[in-house]
Design a protein around this ligand. Sequence first.
Ligand code: JFZ
Length: 448
Amino acid sequence: MARIWRVSVTKHARIVALVIGSLLVGSTAIAQTNYQPAPENLQARREFQDAKFGMFIHWGVYSVLGAGEWVFHDHTLTLDEYNRLPLFFDPEKFDAKAWVALAKAAGMKYITITSRHHDGFAMFDSKVSDWNIVQRTPYKKDPLKMLAEECHRQGIKLFFYYSQLDWHNPNYYPRGATSWNNGRPDGGDWNSYLDDYMDGQLRELLTNYGPIGGIWFDGMWDKPDADWHLPKTYALIHQLQPAALIIPNHHQTPRPGEDVQTFERDLPGQNTAGFNTTTINTQLPLESCDTLNGSWGFNISDAKYKSPAELERKLVQAAGNNSNLLLNIGPQPNGEIQQEFSTRLLAVGDWLSKYGNSIYGTRGGPIAPGDWGVTTQKDNKIYVHVLSWRAPLLALPPIPSKVVKANSLLDAAAVEFTQNADGIIVKVPPSNSEETDRVIVLTLANSH
Ligand code: JFZ
């Protein structure tokens, strides 16, 4: 049968949703009700929120086939076929210094890289299993070790994406929603998978790479009603590194023990992707992740690259919704980051060198997002981000504080405004076509 080569993300969503629907009976709410984040964890949360912009990296042996990170599932490869892939993975062009430098030049403050994805292949030197880059590839080196050292050197925080879903480990049994026709064995010890294998590797990631920003979990949606031993795993992470942030991409409302709520391909509260919860936990930092083209892992035929303006708007809209943006790249199997990604990231970095003040260190503004744009705030400044507005005047709802002056962020030129109990009217500076975001800075009277 001719194999289907290109499978859209929504297809993955439909597959999972189909089976989840049938499985979602009595999901065991595993409440670590008494989770008190350590002071250093609360500090890390604040620094995470100040950072606003991170680089997501999906890179693994699947990159060799250039068909995304779900190729095992989408092409119904057998385990024997997939076991050959590491032989072809030898990223001689991988340069941790260049990767971290690109993230910095893009204005990104942290990196989240796939330490292992759903194929279970460890992109690090794991003693828990030989299904890893050091023992199964001609490369025989640990790129996460090099990346961690370079991140520490360049002052960039490093987070590890870790897939709880594992299509390769026989103990990931009973199977979940995905990958049934790949010749996976019928039998395995689920508890040993969680307690020995998964927690064993998490201990390695939180012990052998210095201070880590946190763990970005993914995959629970494959078996939503399973007992994932979360209290134990979360406690292990916070015991090893109290400041490490647990960021679960389970698409559900946050559970105790979790430190950040993340939304995939959606702004907080929105669910255009079809699998995100719309419930926002206002006590937790928020993050929205998205792709720079249409794929997470390297996909040789995906040229759906977003323009720098689109990416800048995504970052502004995320910030205006009190959220970070984690923007993804899928490097090539030889370790190079294709120029279609690097040129766009450098353009965003250039934009942030001018507008960064209205993003970094801010929180969502006191004026709710509208079809005209969003607001962010920091200290006694409100940044009005006019993303799409044609009229010369923009009417904003009332705010409790008194505005004492208004200026254009770009050239500090004074902006006319009026304020009364009905709201604020600002005279929007004329737009020039290549201006992604016209930012008006409202300075508030110091409340003291
Ligand atoms: C998940 C991963 O499957 C994907 O490979 C990537 O890592 C992304 C960041 O996260 O994407 C998903 C997972 C589940 C659904 C949709 C996308 N789902 O349940 O519909």
